[in-house]
Design a protein around this ligand. Structure first.
Ligand SMILES: [Zn+2]
Length: 273
């Protein structure tokens, strides 16, 4: 049984390679890696579907560039398919590179979770989810991301297991960079500011929609220097480093999302887009 499964996997890879028309680009295979199919024509009703461990992630396609992410928590293999309507046009089976994720312990002031506060948190989560799943067709112009700070000193990496006040809480869904309060924060790519306001957990927060499902998020700012609806160029100052929201000191929390699936910012910074 196992042998048949292995042969199937090998055949799938060979056949997928032979029938390939769209270019496939995936520079890293760690969880959180970003990649894309480069299509010859603008597809109709297309999507990339990433399947791992029986879980399915859908990335709507609105242009010739069809981005996807290898989701955090993927098994050893992921299947990445490009569908047009119900037809599977491309299929790649990728072996996921292993990565160890460390624990990150932080101590913060405990809040009393009153019904009002829980309501606020849930409302903000819904808002973020809605914003991050938006797929707009206008694409950023750059082919690489710019650094969101002049110097990137990582304090907590993507995927770290967060332990807050001694309790296991969640996964760290971005990369934290330490920097003094007031340090300028730059837009990583051109795009449109779709959120610029204070949220409970992430404090003063900016989200930029770069098009084709890609969003970046900048959290814990001391100052926001853009407004919702603004169009920004890559490298524009959008705010200043701070420690607002649930934070233990001045730092930038930088998040990257593709159709609301979390990507590893350090891998995206090194990837051709
Ligand atoms: Zn963070």
């Amino acid at each position: 049984m196992k042998r048949i499964a292995l042969i199937t996997v090998i055949l799938t890879i060979l056949l997928a390679g032979a029938a390939s028309a769209a270019k496939f680009y995936l520079p890293y295979t760690y969880p959180g890696s970003i990649g894309f199919f480069q299509l010859e024509e603008k597809p109709k009703n297309a999507r990339v579907v990433v399947v791992s461990k029986g879980k399915m992630f859908i990335f709507p396609v609105v242009s010739k560039k069809a981005y996807f992410v290898i989701p955090y928590g993927s098994g050893r293999w992921v299947r990445i398919s490009l569908y047009e309507g119900n037809t599977e046009k491309e299929r790649k089976t990728v072996k996921v590179a292993g990565k160890k994720y460390r624990f990150s312990k932080i101590w913060v002031k405990e809040h009393k979770y009153t019904p009002e506060l829980i309501k606020r948190i849930e409302k903000e989560e819904r808002l973020l989810k809605k914003i991050l799943s938006q797929v707009t067709p206008k694409k950023f112009r750059e082919s690489f991301m710019r650094k969101p700070l002049k110097r990137l000193i990582v304090s907590t990496p993507f995927g770290a297991k967060r332990i807050i006040n001694g309790k296991k809480r969640s996964i760290h869904w971005g990369t934290d960079f330490v920097a003094p309060k007031g340090t300028p924060v730059y837009a990583a790519l051109s795009g449109k500011v779709v959120l610029a306001r204070e949220l409970f957990f992430t404090g003063k927060t900016v989200v930029i929609d770069h098009g084709l499902g890609i969003h970046t998020l900048y959290a814990h700012l001391s100052k926001i220097e853009v407004k919702e609806g603004d169009t920004v160029k890559a490298g524009k100052v959008i705010g200043r480093v701070g420690s607002t929201g649930r934070s233990t000191g001045p730092h930038l929390h930088f998040g990257v999302y593709v159709s609301s699936v979390r990507a590893d910012p350090m891998l995206v910074l090194k990837s051709h887009l």
